[in-house]
Design a binder for this molecule. Structure first.
Ligand SMILES: [Zn+2]
Length: 91
């Protein structure tokens, strides 16, 4: 059975309510009796969805060029010798 976070926008009274999926949502605040008692979207679920996608995309994009750069590193080093040697004429 899911637990819903309810909050009254009139008095600020908050309560976690255990409800069946078939139960009608509450609307009357048990603290002040106003019809402003409403289900809240939990911030945790909302943030996971938003930042999770971004983090995954960023990681995949950043890791791809890294191996290519590591493989390319030795090549310029060998070419650097050639450039230096061509200048000094050691070959
Ligand atoms: Zn209230």
């Amino acid at each position: 059975m899911p637990i819903y976070a309810y909050r009254c926008s009139a008095c600020g009274h908050a309560k976690d309510v255990l409800q069946k999926l078939t139960d009608a949502p509450l609307s009357t605040c048990p603290a002040c009796g106003a019809d402003t008692f409403a289900k809240q979207l939990t911030a945790a679920g909302f943030q996971l969805k938003g930042s999770g996608w971004y983090a995954t995309d960023f990681k995949g994009g950043a890791s791809a060029p890294a191996p290519a750069a590591a493989e390319a590193a030795p090549a310029p080093a060998a070419a650097g010798c050639g450039t230096a040697c061509s200048g000094s004429g050691c070959h």
